[in-house]
Design a protein around this ligand. Structure first.
Ligand SMILES: [Mg+2]
Length: 266
């Protein structure tokens, strides 16, 4: 106490007032904690959750305004959120592939192409998130940009984390298969191969495009059927896609879902 008194004497009265206020606040906080702890003991959490609750779907009266939604997605795509979310998923996939590669016989990795291995963001943004299947694409960064023309031009860039995953898989002797929803034709296959190579992918074990016989199948049916064929000779340790339909249907130890707020393929 003598020491406290000497400090008070040495310093200003203002400090003494502030010190007193702090002590009072701490004392009040201690009282509150004691009171809360007492009530928590008397009323445990289990008692508060004694009823049975069901999952709720919120009843939103009106859809979200599409203009605001687009602005939100532009921000997500262009301000780093999209890239960092994708990078996190791909780092997880890579860690698993590198760990698991030596533990199974004939390991394989399955990759989707669009918005998984290659980014079509210039086409997507040029069309303001609209899908234009058949049109020229010669006004970028403005639209319109027809998707098929964009694919034939082969200017998509690699999604960096996927290319890193691809190379890590190859380094661990994991066979990499692309399974894409792009429709099979000689020209489209050639353009896809050229684009994959220009983006840095090389040395894959298989490239499956959607054959005419698979056109009327669901995406889940088509893609899981192709994985089933691969799984006859390989253990698919990871499957990476940007749509649930790339991943559902099994035949892979782990499925990794990349973000894609731009379009939906059921
Ligand atoms: Mg895709």
């Amino acid at each position: 106490m003598a020491r406290v008194a000497s400090v008070l004497n040495r310093d200003s009265a203002a400090i003494a007032t502030r010190t007193l206020a702090i002590v009072q606040t701490l004392f009040a906080a201690a009282l509150l904690v004691t009171a809360y702890a007492g009530s928590a003991r008397a009323e445990p959490l289990a008692a508060a959750c004694s009823k049975t609750y069901s999952p709720q779907t919120l009843d939103v009266a009106q859809p979200i305004n599409i203009g605001q939604l687009k602005l939100q997605i532009y921000f997500y795509a262009c301000a780093g959120g999209y890239d960092s979310d994708a990078a996190k998923v791909l780092a997880d996939a890579r860690a698993y592939v590198e760990k698991r590669a030596d533990e199974v016989a004939n390991p394989a990795l399955v990759l989707d192409i669009d918005e998984t291995s290659l980014s079509n963001l210039p086409e997507i943004l040029a069309n303001d998130f609209g899908y234009i299947p058949d049109a020229p694409c010669d006004r970028l960064p403005d639209g319109p940009c027809g998707f098929d023309t964009w694919v034939m031009n082969g200017k998509s860039k690699a999604i960096a984390g996927t290319l890193a995953l691809f190379n890590a898989a190859k380094a661990h002797k994991v066979a990499v298969f692309f399974i894409t929803g792009r429709h099979e034709s000689p020209a489209r296959r050639e353009a896809t191969i050229k684009n994959l190579k220009a983006a840095g992918y090389d040395g894959w074990a298989g490239l499956v495009l959607r054959s005419p016989s698979a056109t009327n199948m669901t995406i889940v049916g088509y893609k899981s059927g192709e994985r089933a064929k691969i799984a006859m000779k390989h253990t698919i340790i990871a499957n990476v896609g940007d749509q649930r339909s790339d991943l559902d249907g099994g035949y892979a130890e782990r499925a990794y879902k990349l973000p894609n707020p731009f379009y939906y393929l059921p």
